[in-house]
Design a protein around this ligand. Structure first.
Ligand code: 13P
Length: 250
């Protein structure tokens, strides 16, 4: 089974609209010869329109970093899946560990967001991953099983096809400590097994599972050469056009 890789930039709380435009102007020429992978930039909500406008005519997509589980209503400060679609987004990150850690995201809210997003045609990138204490306590597999099975609850096999999962071990995020391809591969196989239990082998075999956590130009090729790693979700190294282009062109 060959799965088209997805190379995603998570800009987190960086880049104003002007800075997003500047990035795109420098980035596009660096990847002009690239036709292999799906590429997506995920700016903050406020920089989404500028990014989409700057990317027009390119084959690079735009995604959001979070979303509400309702399509409209009295939810101050939130942005709905329908709004992201209307703005021109194609992807959305759900359940990033920073949202779980700092903003009260739970396995249940991840599931609600995923169920709200799937009917709209947005491609969700669902983040899972253990924190350092969980890895050291030997409960990584339990954590991943729980996060996946709760995220996938009440989703039919027919509706699950667009789901992308990103395995981001929290101890590797922003720390310069990258998981080895073998260690990531193990986690990815477990995630695929959970997907097979929820949606069947066929959907699971097609599902892309990305790795995130200190992906850099220097380690991208090795990580991407592993058969169970279907792309990358890149934080810090996606902020500079040259380094993200080097990752995309691994
Ligand atoms: P870093 O690439 O900065 O470790 O961040 C990873 C991440 O959280 C992407 O979502």
């Amino acid at each position: 089974m060959t799965r088209k890789k997805l190379m995603a930039a998570n800009w987190k709380m960086h880049k104003t609209p002007d800075q997003a435009r500047e990035f795109v102007a420098s980035f596009l020429p660096l990847i002009s010869g690239h036709h292999r992978d799906e590429i997506v930039l995920c700016p903050s909500f406020i920089s989404i329109p500028a990014t989409i406008e700057a990317l027009q005519g390119s084959r690079v997509d735009t995604g959001a970093q979070d979303v509400c589980w309702e399509q409209h209503g009295a939810f101050t400060g939130e942005v709905s899946p329908a709004m992201l679609r209307a703005a021109g987004c194609t992807h959305v990150i759900i359940g990033h560990s920073e949202r779980r850690q700092f903003f009260g995201e739970t396995d249940d809210s991840v599931n609600r967001k995923l169920r709200a997003v799937l009917p709209t045609g947005l491609k969700p990138i669902v983040c899972v991953g253990e924190v350092l204490e969980e890895r050291e306590a030997g409960v990584t597999e339990d954590v991943l099983r729980r996060q996946c099975s709760l995220a996938f609850r009440e989703i039919s096999a027919g509706g699950a096809a667009p789901i992308v999962v990103a395995y981001e071990p929290v101890w590797a995020i922003g720390t310069g400590k990258t998981a080895t391809p073998e260690l990531a591969g193990e986690a990815h196989r477990l995630i695929r097994h959970q997907a097979a239990q929820a949606f069947g082998e066929d959907v699971a075999n097609r599902m892309r599972i990305l790795y995130g956590g200190s992906v850099k130009p220097g380690n991208a090729a090795l990580l991407m050469s592993h058969q169970d790693i279907d792309g990358a979700l890149v934080g810090g190294a996606s902020l500079e056009p040259k380094s993200f282009a080097a990752i995309v062109n691994y």
